[in-house]
Ligand binder design. Structure first.
Ligand SMILES: *Cc1c(COP(=O)(O)O)cnc(C)c1O
Length: 405
């Protein structure tokens, strides 16, 4: 795929020479980007059908987000939470209103927001629910993905994520995803929360059976357990609604947000909940040097503004239908799951692996990423056009019909 005077091979070798090999990137070296497109160091253009795993829901360098970041860079970028800054309340109020919750706690990465939700749920369990000290448990689902910290990998069922990173944090009960009876049977008097993805992204964009999330909501209310929705990947317009859990008409006790909240510019994450839950935290009990910094808040507030119009959610719903219908018609596609502009595509394993499909798509100018085995995950930016979707569908069709390329 590269010509003799290509800058790509050297750039790839350099990147590999100087880094821990905790990723296996596709052989593409990106130099700049705009909207749904990226350009590599050799000037080749690619349609970005991964969008930073949904961190780029508004596309690369959305003008409104870049303008907000530029303006803030010229004023103040970091204060720490030792002081209050003038972007803080704007962002937190906007996000609280978007979530229809009383309070927001801003952090940076998704994993930190998940950790925050776990700590809040435990504290709520001891202080409000009256669970005996040290006995709180949280129910999670098999094949979950909630991040990479030692506590979070303690309840992962993916051997790559978990093995050799013990000893593991206790206090988690793992149940099969999508099985309401198994989940409700796992609730005991010490259960403080159910933590799950309303659609499992990393597992292959798995949509649970209808009624599952509503059933969990009812069980949580009934047994005085917090329902925590990790919407880091599924939220903020990705599925055609602001939150994926809305498709089931369910309101969780805590939203965990990240990825697109930072507009593809800075890491911004947050937990949103009502005062009876988030109010358990007192000064000194939790925090982050960078969480809720002025630059993050300026960008995050603009993200909230973009979402408030509902245009992105509508685009995702409408164009998602085109994407899903198009994928279903491609030979070699075994199954398509997902909602909106988000699809897990199982390709016939007899044709090629997911990795091979991604490599061949990259050669044809479309960037996607495999998840497990023969599944590829599509999550284009929500600014994508119908023509660009059709272009990508055409390339996917080409790759799957060319058995050996
Ligand atoms: C990406 C992701 C996380 C972790 O976010 P980081 O910013 O990578 O720490 C957690 N939960 C879900 C559902 C995710 O997709």
């Amino acid at each position: 795929m590269t010509t003799v005077d290509s800058r790509t091979p050297e750039a790839l070798a350099d990147a590999e020479r100087w880094t821990a090999h905790n990723y296996h990137p596709l052989p593409v070296v990106i130099a700049d980007a705009e909207g749904a497109w990226v350009t590599d160091v050799d000037g080749r253009r690619y349609l970005d059908f991964l969008a930073g795993y949904s961190a780029l829901n508004f596309g690369h360098r959305h003008p409104a987000l870049i303008a907000a970041a530029h303006a803030q860079l010229d004023r103040v970028t970091l204060t720490s939470r030792a002081f209050v800054h003038d972007q803080f309340a704007t962002f937190c109020r906007g996000l609280a209103e978007l979530c229809d919750k009383d309070l927001v706690l801003p952090m940076n990465t998704g994993a930190e927001a998940v950790e925050t939700a776990i700590k809040v749920a435990r504290k709520w369990g001891y202080q409000v629910k009256g669970v005996p000290d040290g006995r709180a448990n949280i129910i999670v689902a098999e094949n979950n993905f909630h991040g990479r910290t030692t506590t979070i990998v303690s309840f992962s069922t993916d051997p790559d994520a978990r093995d050799d990173f013990g000893p593991y944090t206790p206090g988690f009960t793992i149940v099969p995803y999508g099985d309401l009876d198994a989940l409700t049977a796992a609730i005991d008097e010490h259960t403080v929360a159910v933590l799950l993805e309303p659609i499992q992204g990393e597992a292959g964009v798995l949509v649970p059976p209808a009624g599952y999330l509503a059933g969990i909501r009812a069980a949580c209310t009934d047994r005085n357990v917090l329902m925590i929705a990790d919407e880091i990947q599924s939220g903020l317009g990705r599925t055609g609604r602001t939150f994926a859990i809305e498709h089931e008409g369910v309101v969780p006790d805590m939203y965990v947000l990240g990825k697109a909240l930072g507009g593809g510019i800075v890491p911004v994450s947050a937990v949103a909940a009502n005062r009876d839950v988030l109010g358990v935290l007192k000064p000194g009990e939790h925090g982050s040097t960078f969480g809720g910094n002025p630059l993050a808040c300026a960008v995050g507030a603009e993200v909230v503004k973009l979402l408030r119009t509902g245009d992105f959610q509508e685009r995702s719903a409408k164009l998602g239908q085109r994407l899903h219908e198009g994928l279903a018609e491609i030979g070699g596609v075994r199954a398509v799951r997902g909602r909106g502009l988000w699809a897990g595509v199982d390709i016939d394993p007899g044709l090629m692996t997911g990795r091979q499909a991604c490599e061949r798509l990259a050669e044809r100018g479309v960037l996607v990423k495999d998840t497990h085995g023969s599944t590829i995950r599509l999550a284009p930016p929500l600014v994508i056009t119908e023509e660009e979707i059709d272009l990508a569908l055409g390339k996917i069709g080409e790759v799957l019909s060319a058995r050996t390329s």
